[in-house]
Design a protein around this ligand. Structure first.
Ligand code: GLY
Length: 356
């Protein structure tokens, strides 16, 4: 088992990685803390033994099973959970334990951050995507009127637990979703490009997710969070590479494609924009497409309405003064807040649709 400390201005907390990591969990629950376990319906069904072991760790607990779809990542579900907490007299000493992937983690984090102005939160990541990205860093939120994560908070957990045993039951769709966020790290840290390329192949073809891969991803993320917990200086925005297109793709398809799949396609579009804007040498996109050609693009995107994507991109949280700002790869590293004209975005989305 390994431990990474995530240091932020508001909190320092551990991320435990490995099959024995969950043995540490009782250290984070005080004896007077009533626990609400929120659990993804799929995880409850498919990993029942592992889940039961976790549930048995807590004495004073209730369990709420959540059907984790992007549609249910909503204010309505937040209200349902808050009502449950209130009806069962949860108080400021209480703890929410989230056992699930990115959707549940964001939802649980949001509820924990607003109920009684904030109660304790523990994240147990059960998907690759949540293990390498979303369970760490304190971004919480829900979708609103089809717009991705429009309502949310920054709220750090007490601890995060990652046990790759959960990944054995993941569908291909969820594996590809996790891969999208891993590809992001390959571009952000060029020295680790080959490492991530190799590891991503292992994940896709052998369903092997090494603890080293998780450790490396979380360590990279931890550095960005330490430097810029709430995206104030802008450094953390680098972690949003590909996400402006991705959120547009997710919303415009009514969430028929997974987040990480959309991120992978969004990264390709970001590279295409960088090439159009002459931010990098011409062969970078070509090399990337060749190196990562083993990752499939979802063909739904071929039929996507370009204007609808653009419309959703106009609501991105990184925009300012009416301009769509992108995070883009360049020859000098990743650039943030790069304003891109709408006609360039339209051309890029259309070229991407023709290419896949
Ligand atoms: N997923 C990007 C971030 O947490 O900042």
């Amino acid at each position: 088992m390994s431990k990474i400390l995530v240091k932020t201005k508001t909190k320092t907390y551990p991320v435990f990685i490995g099959n024995k990591s969950l043995n540490q969990i009782d250290k984070f629950i005080s004896s007077d803390s009533k626990v609400l376990i929120l659990i993804d319906k799929n995880v409850k069904e498919k990993c029942s033994q592992l889940v039961e072991k976790i549930e048995n760790t807590f004495s004073d607990k209730n369990i709420l099973i959540i059907n984790c779809t992007e549609k249910n990542k909503s204010i309505k579900t937040v209200e349902k959970i808050c009502k449950y907490l209130s009806d069962n007299f949860y108080n400021r000493q209480s703890t929410i334990v989230s056992i699930g992937g990115g959707i549940l983690g964001d939802l649980a984090g949001f509820v924990a951050s607003i109920y009684m102005r904030g109660i304790k939160l523990i994240q147990i990541a059960t998907t690759i995507l949540s293990a390498v990205d979303s369970s760490v860093g304190g971004k919480t939120g829900v979708n609103f009127h089809n717009k991705k994560n429009l309502i949310g908070t920054f709220y750090q957990p007490e601890a995060v637990f990652i046990n790759s045993e959960f990944f054995s039951t993941l569908h291909k769709r969820e594996i590809i979703s996790g891969i999208g966020e891993l590809v992001k790290y390959a571009l952000i840290i060029p020295d680790l490009y080959d490492f991530f390329l190799r590891e991503i192949k292992q994940v896709l073809f052998k369903k092997e997710v090494s603890d080293k891969l998780i450790q490396t991803s979380i360590s990279i993320k931890a550095e960005f969070i330490k430097a810029d917990e709430k995206e104030e200086t802008g450094l953390r925005k680098i972690l949003n590479l590909g996400h402006t297109f991705a959120h547009g793709f997710e919303s415009a398809t009514n969430f028929r494609i997974s987040h990480g799949q959309a991120v992978f396609s969004g990264i390709i579009c970001a590279l295409m924009v960088s090439e159009r804007k002459c931010l990098m040498q011409g062969n970078v996109l070509k090399k990337f497409l060749k190196d990562f050609s083993f990752i499939p693009n979802n063909k739904i995107l071929k039929q996507i309405d370009t204007n609808s994507v653009l419309n959703f991109m106009r609501s991105d949280k990184k925009n300012s003064q009416g301009e769509i700002n992108l995070v883009l790869p360049s020859k000098d590293g990743i650039v943030i807040n790069f304003p891109v004209e709408e006609n360039v975005l339209i051309k890029t989305i259309n070229s991407f649709k023709r290419m896949i």
